[in-house]
Ligand binder design. Structure first.
Ligand code: SF4
Length: 301
């Protein structure tokens, strides 16, 4: 009872605060811009929605990519994320994209599954000036890892992380920073400590995160429908799919809630447009039923 009262007060406070900050114009341009350079992938992880994705596979056109980066540069975006669904190292234009962003004063980050990061690729990655590279390593044994990250070999990934760290040192480079994430599920919980022991002090960051249900599309553990917090992602993030469609957020794996297309509109117009403003209003009023993926989403607190 007391817990529920405190939670209710927290929700009211959060809604009021977000509304005030919005009124001050604090959310005119996204803080996090995610560019899906490709949604093609060489893995089929059990924690991913790939098997139920229905949208087409492809790679972003360089002209469209430059348009996005140019606008981000005008608005002094510090970092862009070069991933969403798909394995970024399969994109043949990746290094050209990193270089273009750097010319425009923007640093880059990406998530990779590390399966393609052999020594030659590691040298290209370090030389490219990529700022941060991360991977989800959801196990500390071959059996657990390969049961989750289907299609990827544990020993190969471990070797490739070591190779990247070795090459970075050899080339006397501070970048890319290397971060590892452990997405905790019932299947790998017992290997969490081993993961930490293996990587702590070796890579630049490790992070334990909890599994979420991809906007209600996969089985979850909590009941988000009872939660009322507005989700800050709709005020802060912008997710461009490879074909220019803008999805509600990074959970919207199939582009079910499209809020615009950057081939035809600017990021600014979409971010301040009627559709997203309507969604923000619904979040502030707690009317999550108007956006079904938000109603069921475990990422909402
Ligand atoms: S509640 Fe979930 S689906 Fe909705 S915007 Fe937030 S992260 Fe995305």
């Amino acid at each position: 009872m007391i817990k529920r009262t405190f939670y209710g007060a927290g929700v009211t406070l959060a809604r009021g605060l977000v509304s005030i900050l919005d009124g001050f114009g604090l959310f005119r341009f996204p803080r996090v811009v995610r560019v899906e350079t490709t949604d093609i992938c060489n893995a089929n992880c059990s924690t991913c929605t790939r098997e139920i994705m229905t949208r087409s596979m492809g790679t972003m056109d360089m002209g469209l990519y430059k348009k996005i980066v140019d606008e981000c540069s005008l608005h002094r975006v510090r970092y862009i994320h070069l991933h969403n669904f798909g394995e970024p190292l399969l994109d043949k234009l990746l290094f050209e994209r990193i270089s273009y962003a750097r010319q425009k004063g923007i640093d880059t980050k990406l998530f990779s599954n590390f399966s393609l990061l052999d020594e030659e690729m590691a040298r290209r990655v370090v030389a490219s000036g990529l700022g941060v590279i991360k991977a989800s390593i959801d196990g500390d044994s071959k059996e657990t890892f390969e049961g989750i990250r289907k299609g990827i070999k544990f020993d190969n990934v471990v070797e490739n992380i070591d190779t990247l760290l070795k090459v970075r040192k050899e080339l006397n480079s501070k970048t890319p920073l290397v971060g590892l994430v452990f997405v905790e599920t019932e299947k790998n919980y017992s290997e969490r400590e081993g993961f930490v022991r293996r990587w702590k002090g070796k890579v630049d960051s490790i992070h334990i995160s909890s599994y979420h249900n991809w906007g209600g599309s996969l089985n979850g553990r909590r009941n988000p429908e009872e939660r009322g917090m507005p989700c800050l992602r709709v005020w802060q993030t912008f997710t461009v799919l490879w074909n220019g469609d803008v999805a509600l957020c990074c959970m919207d794996y199939d582009g079910k809630v499209l809020i615009g297309n950057v081939n035809r509109e600017t990021i600014s117009d979409i971010f301040n447009g009627e559709k997203l403003r309507g969604i923000r209003e619904s979040h502030l009023r707690g009317e999550f039923g108007k956006i079904p993926i938000c109603l069921k989403c475990e990422a909402r607190r």
